[in-house]
Design a protein around this ligand. Structure first.
Ligand code: GSH
Length: 215
């Protein structure tokens, strides 16, 4: 049965799903739809919150990226992205939750103001931009402290936590706001490593094309 993934991959939530499906070598059809606050009735029927991504597979419809990642993990257990050990799994999911707050409070507003609005020739909301910039250090410092000298956020191998943080960091990359290596050395090195993976390289190139930017 084929997999269909709806959602433009500039979205970090679509991106984390695509990275994990690609790393698991699951073939899928990508439909780069974005509702832009004005979803079609057809889209609402598969995504009640009007958000991307949505996965459709074998009569199952899943309108949330974490649920999608958990679903494909069950179907294709290797390579694993959900840690097996209880405390590690809890920590990985917590980092995902923390990254969601980084998305809502920092990356989303920054990306909207610094990338999307100029792209569609809308004025930048300077207050929204300043609020996001003000909140950014606390998030970056916490993530840096959670990594410390380790390669990955949890355990010895890549997990959903790493993919999620790195996916959100792609938005900061597009907004020229990546963590400063002098202030957040662990996080900056982590982002460089993660964005150097082929799966991220390919999606960053796809973003650049969608955003009308050079590589
Ligand atoms: N918890 C959801 C969040 C998805 C989400 O926020 N998607 C945004 C794009 S990044 C969206 O679809 N927004 C729709 C809109 O703004 O119209 C998930 O992980 O899938």
């Amino acid at each position: 049965m084929s997999f269909k993934l709806t959602g433009i991959s500039v979205s970090p939530w679509v991106k984390r799903t695509r990275v994990i499906m690609t790393e698991k070598q699951i073939p899928y059809e990508a439909d780069p739809y974005f509702p832009m606050g004005n979803p079609t009735l057809e889209f609402l029927a598969i995504s009640p919150l009007a958000k991307v991504p949505v996965l459709q597979h074998d009569g199952v419809t899943i309108p949330d990226s974490l649920a999608i990642c958990a679903y494909v993990e069950k179907l294709y257990p290797t390579p694993a992205f959900f840690p097996a050990e209880a405390a590690d799994l809890a920590q990985a999911l917590w980092i995902c939750e923390y990254a969601a707050a980084l998305f809502s409070n920092v990356e989303g507003p920054l990306f909207t103001q610094k990338v999307l609005r100029p792209l569609v020739k809308q004025p930048v909301d300077e207050d929204a931009l300043a609020a996001a910039i003000e909140k950014m250090p606390q998030y970056l410092a916490y993530l840096d402290s959670q990594l410390a000298d380790r390669t990955f956020f949890v355990g010895e191998q890549i997990s959903i936590a790493d993919v999620t943080v790195a996916a959100i960091m792609v938005g900061l990359r597009h907004a020229d706001s990546l963590p400063d290596g002098a202030m957040y050395p662990h996080l900056a090195a982590f982002v460089a490593r993660m964005h150097g993976r082929q799966t991220f390289q390919d999606l960053i190139a796809e973003d650049n094309a969608a955003l009308g930017r050079g590589a």
